[in-house]
Design a protein around this ligand. Sequence first.
Ligand code: ZN
Length: 130
Amino acid sequence: MPEENQTDLSMIVGALKTRDHNPTVYRCPNGHAYIIGECGRPYTVSKCNQCNATKGGQGHQATAGNTTDDGQDRSKTGHILGLADQRPLVAIPERSMSPSVCAIIRMMTHMSMLLGAKQNPQVSTFLTFN
Ligand SMILES: [Zn+2]
């Protein structure tokens, strides 16, 4: 999934944390994560590398709209496989996988979603393309 992974953020913060450093995850006004090291409180202002919004702060006060991360998973529901009727009829290679491997993985993913939706119909409302 293209979304950031909350577990990855927690692992990064955990790896950076020491007795003298308290890395803290913040969110820019548009929800993009960034980490402030050392004391974990903002003391410089810069631009978000994803949306160019102001991030950080001064005097240990976050700039308006910037907040500490609450640890909640912000992944969108749904999938990124694309709509079946808009996919090309030929298999397309992705990353270093062959076209056949991609087609098989795509088919198994769709079959898993179908089986899950059949057993738990309420889940089908989340199986939307994002
Ligand atoms: Zn941003």
